[in-house]
Ligand binder design. Structure first.
Ligand SMILES: O=P(O)(O)OC[C@H]1O[C@@H](O)[C@H](O)[C@@H](O)[C@@H]1O
Length: 313
């Protein structure tokens, strides 16, 4: 009998919560909790964790898990009357056994389809009917792909609008050594200055204090360069024009019950999002938002390409 672990496995996680483990043949893996439809782990083929999850994260409703990839839907932050970041991140999702055909060019077996539909309670706070399908997939090279498909299933003829974010917490060696490329010269709303609009300077973004910015109309590709780890995260996104960059720094870190005082040094949120222009769907319409994450050695993709390294491997 083979002892090889299956590409998709449903197991019990922290506090007995259901989680799905995805495994790729070369050893990469990912974990998704049904609570929140929340990715809590993404490891490369060396078993190194690429996402940040706080040591103080609370894996218990109604608190969303601090770290990984919370889903912000149907509201980002306090852009509306719902609870902060909407409710999808603290609802129990189901495994979708009846997912409609999914166009894909990957042969990977390591994927799971989840679905969220409104409960009666949810309909009271957001009076719309929808089907939210989330596919989480690991590519053959270890890339992590999240695809959201949200359909308006209202029978009253009414459209609905929402804002959205994949609130990804990346694990970094030291925030002071990290640089983000792809957001230079763009306009952003500064959450620390009453969402006033500014224009970013020409240099890559670096970090020396709290940051909470919503970059607008961003390119489909953003890179996070971690010098110390010699690792670059590449985000590729589709249907998600905005990008939030957040690090709470020391003071806010101390104020969060589910976040260690010094953990801000080892995380950075870069969130592919649709915020400035909310998505509006008429009954029967579907929206798709896709995020693809890869982690590669820095020399291969940075703006600082070292030709010698690229040529000689
Ligand atoms: O503590 P929460 O609700 O998970 O939010 C964390 C942060 O999420 C970010 O996306 C917001 O821009 C910040 O303003 C917010 O503080």
């Amino acid at each position: 009998m083979s002892t090889e672990k299956p590409p998709v496995e449903l197991v019990k996680g922290i506090n007995g919560l259901d989680k799905i483990v995805l495994r790729e043949i070369r050893g990469c893996s990912a974990e998704v909790y049904l609570y929140g439809g929340h990715v809590t782990s993404w490891k490369n083929d060396h078993g190194e964790e690429l996402l940040f999850v706080s040591n103080k994260a609370i894996f218990k409703p109604p608190k969303a898990i601090r770290g990984g990839i919370p889903i912000c839907f149907p509201q980002f932050s306090n852009f509306g009357s719902l609870e902060q970041h909407g409710f999808a991140r603290n609802r129990f999702w189901s495994i979708d056994t009846d997912s409609p055909p999914f166009p894909t060019n990957s042969t990977s077996k390591a994927f799971v389809d989840l679905i969220l539909k409104p409960s009666d309670e949810d309909s009271k706070i957001w009076p719309h009917s929808y089907e939210y399908r989330l596919r989480v997939a690991l590519g053959p090279g270890g890339d992590l792909m999240l695809t959201s498909r949200i359909r308006n299933t209202n029978t009253d003829g009414k459209p609905f609008s929402f804002t959205f974010a994949y609130h990804t917490y990346f694990s970094v060696s030291d925030i002071s050594e990290v640089r983000v490329e792809g957001l230079e010269t763009l306009d952003y709303l500064d959450n620390l200055k009453e969402r006033e609009r500014f224009t970013e300077q020409g240099d890559a973004i670096t970090f020396e204090s709290e940051v909470d910015k919503i970059y607008l109309s961003t390119p489909t590709k953003i890179a996070i360069l971690d010098h110390e780890k010699k690792r670059t995260f590449v985000l590729r996104k589709d249907g998600l024009p905005d990008a939030v960059v957040w690090n709470p720094w020391d003071r806010k870190a101390k104020a969060m019950a589910d976040f260690g005082d010094d953990e801000y040094k080892h995380m950075l949120c870069v969130e592919a999002a649709a915020i400035e222009k909310p998505i509006t769907l008429k009954p029967g319409e579907e929206w798709k938002g896709r995020l693809e994450l890869s982690a590669v050695p820095s020399s291969y993709c940075s703006g600082q390409l070292d030709p010698a390294k690229v040529l000689n491997g």
